[in-house]
Design a protein around this ligand. Structure first.
Ligand SMILES: [Zn+2]
Ligand SMILES: [Zn+2]
Ligand SMILES: [Zn+2]
Length: 106
């Protein structure tokens, strides 16, 4: 599981080293990598994390139907949940809970 995008549903292939990575940051922080992440010129290769199949998407013709895995239909285009985002959501939940408790006290 990637530490940068917690809800990543696919891995993306780097066309330079042919390795699959959850995100560009994972790629760039890998110890063996000495080049910038290159997802491809127009056509991007993905691996679905649910069913493990490899598929390609042409970003030039990318539409709503392309937002899901062609095999298991896991939707992989979603707002990335970063650790900061999760922390923020967690804090908001805590605040909400406190507020409810306070309101119940009245
Ligand atoms: Zn690479
Ligand atoms: Zn990452
Ligand atoms: Zn799938």
């Amino acid at each position: 599981m990637c530490v940068h995008v917690l809800n990543a549903q696919v891995a993306i292939q780097c066309q330079t080293c042919k390795g699959f990575f959850d995100c560009a940051e994972c790629h760039d922080s890998a110890p063996v990598v000495n080049h910038g992440f290159c997802p491809g010129n127009g056509v991007v290769t993905f691996t679905c994390k649910q069913c493990q199949i490899v598929f390609q998407k042409d970003l030039a013709t990318f539409d709503d139907l392309d937002k899901a895995c062609p095999n298991c239909h896991t939707c992989f285009v979603m707002q990335a949940m970063t650790p900061e985002g999760q922390l923020h959501a967690h804090c908001m939940k805590l605040l909400d809970a406190d507020l409810e408790e306070i309101l119940q006290g009245f």
